[in-house]
Ligand binder design. Structure first.
Ligand code: CTP
Length: 374
């Protein structure tokens, strides 16, 4: 990332802090890149290690700032290259030194990474570049077999490759980067949504918009502003949804818990409420509202992430068993029966409905409010 984009990131972090904190606190071609030629195929290694009763352990690191489904898809692909996935989450200081300050702090980024269902272990404060010392620690202490990264170049400020040592050691593997999403892109979408700003901010704001909306020009109207999810370049496929899905329904005696919402810009608060909700039963069904529903209730600039993007982020969460892609605003009796829902939960600040009306619909299920402070 060049210095102009770093400084833009710095300013954006401040701007987004204002936008996201207000909203958030409360509230994809699998294809391993070309394998290193000298390495035996992963399947052969996996079999050899299994014979030795030792799983193949792979390591992926990253910033995972404003965690999105592209990060989740990277973790999914990395996990498929081994039996256990260890993820190094880069420290705030290292990100600041190499890319500019992160929008979300380490503890939130850790929480997000830990919540991804393909992650087995997390290492905090990982270095941005794989140093010799850290690489040896990975191999000797964490029993890592391969270090994995997306097929985008990861360069240090001096222009050198952050993974050069791992490549030289023959222990590096690549996964295919997911097109259509990045933290920078999301920040750009958010900036494009900020319409009401004081005149004094206009110049720097416009320049940030130009920078972060690079490549999205066709979606920006004459005023320089786009509209929410219209700028998404993500093309959802049935295969991607299957890859993210658990593929299992509830058992006949399962206590199905239902929670619905927008789950826009999936964040640590969402993870926490999903964790609490899952703890109240043994199957968590999450209803994701349509883009139209969200626009009509929260304003024309929302959601930032479209229905399929939001669905993938929620599906990647380990506490979630299934999602309804485009859930109705009102929970009907039919829905309760069809999905065998035992309990409907929502946060103490849910805004979408009169739950007393829902309770009247059936005697066989309950409704519970969850407070994130619990
Ligand atoms: N990654 C990916 N697809 C994306 C974004 C990231 O496969 N759309 C991968 C990266 O290649 C890396 C891992 O996710 O292996 C963590 O990425 P991160 O360190 O957070 O940095 P970026 O690549 O800069 O991600 P972003 O542009 O979204 O900030």
């Amino acid at each position: 990332m060049d210095s102009a984009s770093s400084s833009a990131r710095t300013v954006a972090a401040c701007v987004i802090g204002g936008i996201v904190l207000g909203a958030s606190v409360v509230a994809l071609h699998l294809g391993a890149g070309p394998a290193a030629p000298s390495l035996p195929p992963v399947e052969a290694l996996r079999r050899r290690f299994r014979r030795r009763h030792r799983p193949v352990r792979v390591y992926m690191d990253g910033c995972f700032d404003m965690m999105h489904y592209g990060h989740c898809n990277a973790l999914r692909q990395a996990r498929a290259l081994g039996d256990e996935l260890v993820v190094g989450v880069v420290s705030d200081d290292e990100i600041t030194a190499n890319k500019g300050p992160p929008v979300t702090p380490l503890h939130e980024r850790m929480k997000m990474v830990r919540a991804v269902k393909w992650v087995d272990d997390v290492i905090p404060d990982a270095p941005y570049a794989i140093t010799e010392d850290f690489m040896n620690k990975l191999f000797n202490e964490y029993n890592i077999d391969y270090i994995i990264h997306g097929d985008d170049p990861c360069l240090l400020p001096d222009g050198t490759d952050a993974y050069a040592l791992a490549k030289k050691a023959g222990r590096y593997k690549q996964i295919k980067r997911t097109e259509g999403v990045s933290t920078t892109d999301i920040v750009g979408r958010m900036l494009l949504c900020v319409r009401e700003r004081p005149v004094s901010d206009n110049q720097s704001h416009s320049s940030l918009q130009r920078q972060f909306s690079h490549g999205h020009g066709q979606n920006i109207d004459d005023s320089g502003f786009g509209n929410g999810t219209k700028i998404s370049h993500f093309l959802p496929t049935s295969r991607r949804i299957v890859q993210f899905s658990n593929g299992r329904g509830p058992g006949p005696d399962s206590r199905v818990v239902y929670i619905d919402g927008a789950f826009d810009l999936f964040h640590a608060g969402h993870v926490e409420i999903l964790r609490l909700a899952r703890g109240l039963g043994d199957f968590l069904l999450v209803g994701i509202h349509t883009d139209q529903t969200i626009s009509s209730t929260r304003g024309p600039h929302r959601p930032i992430m479209n229905l399929h993007e939001r669905s993938l982020s929620v599906l990647a969460c380990r506490y979630v068993d299934e999602v309804i892609i485009g859930a109705p605003w009102h929970i009907s009796k039919d829905m309760i029966t069809t999905f065998n829902i035992s309990l409907v939960v929502h946060g103490t600040i849910a805004e979408n409905m009169d739950y007393t009306e829902v309770i009247k619909l059936s005697f066989s299920w309950n409704m519970q409010m969850l407070n994130l402070d619990n």
